[in-house]
Design a protein around this ligand. Structure first.
Ligand SMILES: Nc1nc2c(ncn2[C@@H]2O[C@H](COP(=O)(O)OP(=O)(O)OP(=O)(O)O)[C@@H](O)[C@H]2O)c(=O)[nH]1
Length: 769
């Protein structure tokens, strides 16, 4: 029987997809999103329901009972509107704060609706999730020690990091009562949680949970993390009550001053989605961004040529979409590193002839860990070697199930070369945006994020701001970190002077005192003095925080932080030389989860440790484990700056042992490797007797004659051993410094090739403090 997609049916009968989804869910038709399909029978029911004739009949037929029902329906609709408004406000920036605000504030109508609902059969609707979320969520007690709990959300310093609204006594009472009543039956769920843990905590057989998940269209293995909505749906389906417990977060000066206040629901207006394009190298990210930029910028718009300012907007069916102009998840995560979560939707570009590659998987991990929905653009379909089914299968293997295979990831075949499918892709972005119901209040003092910033010799500091709330105006007094000033010029992405920029709009501003940091928030404030005061306070607090010990998790501080209640989970990025060992390692690692600490593998892959691994670890407060692989130079630098704990091993047993000991507080970091330097093999020579001499150039640090050396090929460790000779020209030397050339032979090892890296290190004893 032929089926129709929700969004097409909604379009045909002239209602929003969201409304149709709600309606279908009310009718117990379990559709999940706008891409879900509706069978003929349900389609007809819906068409009947929305045909004018049907309405008049039902109006005439209204018995007293029906009138009462309609009243409830109306109330429910009102509640839904309210909820939907709450939800809109909850998206992205406001999510947590709004949920906190709505918690425990049920009005009469809501209560009525919920009472009504309790008699209804169970169903999976977004609305239900929202209701349950409110019902299920409890706030953690304010506890400063909790500041650094490594939840997914913790490292972010986005707008959602608000000072939690103080609850009035009545609210507190309600919450307390809810928790007390449920002491026996309500299970606290600390997010993130894996399928297995969820099953254990709710004492449900794992197989049942997995089966139920499949029923919900979620293909998750036991060690995969499930999100809050899924937990709520599952718990509901198993008839269990859960409380989602979240960690408290730190408060910025701006938040303390109440600049980031919440807007009322009725002040919120739809805003364009902000989209980031990610994917493997050469899969066509730049080409796709270019095509979109050039084909969808109206020529009437000030010359019609987009300037590179870090973001641009395009018109699609008279709706705006904002694209971040820097492709790649590095840009995406570098924003996250700085605490900004500005992307609403990620477009994952996968070349149809190449399929899923390592950076595709990284991009998926990044988007997932930031909770950003993914739309896949299967690019290069013009190529004869394009194979859509293969790509889809590979995506499925990596946790993205195509919607036409029953999953919920939209995959659009496109060609940046022929422009085929680009309009479909953009339409899907709009549909996804419609589902996300992105909203912001344009009528307030602006808050935005710095996308790019630089010093122009003539114009002074220039910063591209992506406005997130309010409207940024010419003449506004603004502050971002240490930098403050009055906006004396604003330019849009078409190089046009503008007077204002509303939510989701990018604009370059002039007038700041210093170059602000990309990723930092910018606030419009009352006057110049306030801006300066905040900038000064930011300077002070940054000094303080520099003095404070770092917040990063490491195996050394793990146990202390578990003890202090700061750490409830250990996020790990795992890299290894071959797939089999990575899988084996993951299996052993997740088994180390105990009552105190949960082990989450947030990303894994084959190959050396790269910058992306470090940035993901940093954004998610994770440690990085390398098995038979090493970080490359950029990764080493970034890890140093971001203070990410990177551990590399040659024996799986040692990894397990270290993590286990760290969890138990018995880590004995007696011997550690201290890296001295790295050199690159530029040439090889064969000596009589077949010994191979490597002609090297020292890239960083120094190479000591009396050191150990690791031989790295593509960041994979192929040998570890001692240096047997180190020469500069013909002379034996004790060391080779950066920038020098020399010759090296390695004890009992001859497999040296041009391009290999040699890493010189010594073993050092470290006292545990
Ligand atoms: N045939 C064909 N070639 C394409 C298509 N899209 C991109 N290419 C080509 O693929 C190559 C890589 O494209 P880019 O847009 O630079 O890819 P990218 O993902 O931005 O690459 P990096 O910036 O290096 O990560 C270029 O030679 C493009 O011309 C397409 O749809 N069809």
């Amino acid at each position: 029987m032929s089926k129709i997609r929700v969004h097409l049916l909604a379009k045909e009968i002239g209602i929003a997809s969201k409304e149709l989804i709600n309606k279908l869910n009310e009718m117990d038709v379990p559709v999940k999103n706008h891409m879900s399909t509706v069978d003929k029978e349900d389609e007809e029911k819906i068409r009947k329901l929305y045909s004018p004739k049907q309405e008049s009949i039902s109006k005439e037929d209204n018995s007293k009972k029906n009138i009462t029902k309609n009243k409830v329906d109306q109330d429910q609709k009102k509640t839904e509107d309210k909820k939907s408004d709450n939800k809109k406000n909850n998206i992205g920036l406001d999510k947590k704060a709004k949920q906190k605000n709505t918690n425990g504030q049920k009005n009469e109508t809501q209560k009525k609706t919920e009472d009504k609902k309790s008699d209804e059969p169970k169903k999976f609707s977004k609305e239900k999730i929202e209701t349950n979320k409110k019902k299920n969520k409890i706030e953690p007690k304010k506890d400063n020690t909790n500041k650094n709990v490594a939840t997914k959300a913790t490292p972010r310093r986005d707008l959602s990091k608000k000072k939690p609204k103080k609850k009035n006594k009545a609210q507190k009472k309600v919450e307390k009562r809810e928790v007390e009543i449920g002491d026996d039956t309500i299970v606290n769920i600390n997010l993130p949680i894996t399928v297995k843990e969820f099953a254990e905590q709710l004492s449900i057989p794992l197989a049942q949970v997995i089966t139920k998940l499949i029923g919900l269209g979620v293909m998750a293995s036991q060690n995969e993390v499930i999100d809050e909505d899924t937990c709520i749906l599952l718990a509901d389906d198993f008839g269990k009550e859960i409380n989602i417990v979240e960690a408290e977060e730190e408060i910025s000066i701006e938040e303390e001053m109440g600049l980031n206040y919440e807007d009322k629901e009725n002040q919120l207006k739809p805003r364009p989605p902000v989209v980031t394009v990610m994917g493997h190298v050469d899969h066509g990210k730049t080409s796709l961004l270019d095509v979109i930029k050039h084909s969808h910028v109206q020529t009437s718009e000030a010359g019609g040529i987009t300037q590179h300012i870090g973001a641009y907007t395009v018109n699609v069916n008279n709706k705006k979409v904002t694209f971040l102009d820097t492709p790649g998840h590095e840009a995406f995560t570098s924003m996250r590193l700085r605490g900004a979560q500005i992307t609403d939707i990620a477009i994952l570009v996968v070349a149809a002839d190449d399929g899923v590659m390592p950076q595709t998987i990284e991009a998926i991990s990044h988007a997932k860990s930031a909770n950003v929905p993914i739309i896949v653009a299967i690019n290069k379909i013009d190529k004869p070697s394009a194979n859509l089914d293969r790509v889809k299968q590979e995506l499925l293997d990596n946790g993205l199930m195509p919607e036409d295979w029953g999953g919920d990831t939209i995959m659009v075949p496109v060609s940046a070369k022929t422009k085929e499918g680009i309009d479909d892709l953009l339409e899907m972005v709009l549909l996804e945006a419609e589902m996300l119901e992105l909203k912001a209040n344009p009528n307030r003092k602006a808050i935005g994020t710095i996308i790019e910033a630089r010093l122009d010799k003539g114009k002074g500091p220039m910063a591209t701001v992506l406005v997130q709330k309010g409207t940024l105006k010419f003449g506004d007094n603004v502050v971002s970190g240490f930098s403050s000033g009055r906006i004396r010029a604003m330019i849009d992405d078409k190089n046009k002077q503008i007077k204002k920029a509303g939510p989701s709009m990018p604009a370059v501003i002039l007038g700041l005192s210093d170059v602000p940091n990309a990723g930092d928030l910018i606030y419009a404030v009352e006057d110049e003095k306030t801006a300066r005061t905040i900038a000064d306070k930011n300077k002070e607090s940054s000094r303080e925080s520099r003095i404070n010990t770092n917040n990063r998790v490491s195996l050394e501080n793990l146990f202390d932080r578990i003890k202090e209640g700061e750490m409830k989970e250990l996020n790990i990025v795992v890299k290894g030389d071959v797939k089999g060992s990575v899988e084996a390692l993951i299996q052993s690692l997740v088994k180390l989860t105990n009552e105190e600490v949960k082990i989450n593998i947030i990303h894994s892959g084959v190959g050396g440790i790269n910058e992306s691994d470090i940035s993901l670890a940093s954004a998610s407060n994770a440690i990085v484990i390398g098995f038979n692989v090493r970080p490359n130079i950029n990764a080493i630098d970034l890890a140093r700056v971001e203070e990410v704990d990177v551990r590399t091993y040659r024996v799986i047993y040692d990894i397990i042992n270290d993590i286990e000991s760290a969890v138990k507080g018995m880590l004995t970091p007696t011997i550690v490797e201290e890296i001295l330097g790295r050199c690159e093999i530029r040439q090889t020579f064969k000596l009589p007797g077949n010994t191979i001499v490597a002609g090297v150039y020292v890239l960083s640090g120094k190479i000591l004659r009396k050191s150990m050396v690791k031989v790295l090929r593509d960041d994979i460790v192929i040998h570890e051993g001692e240096i047997s000779s180190l020469k500069r020209f013909k002379d034996d030397v004790k060391e080779l410094a950066t920038g020098y050339e020399g010759g090296i032979t390695i004890d009992s090892f001859n497999d040296l090739k041009e391009g290999d890296l040699l890493e010189s290190y010594i073993l050092k004893e470290v006292q545990k403090d």
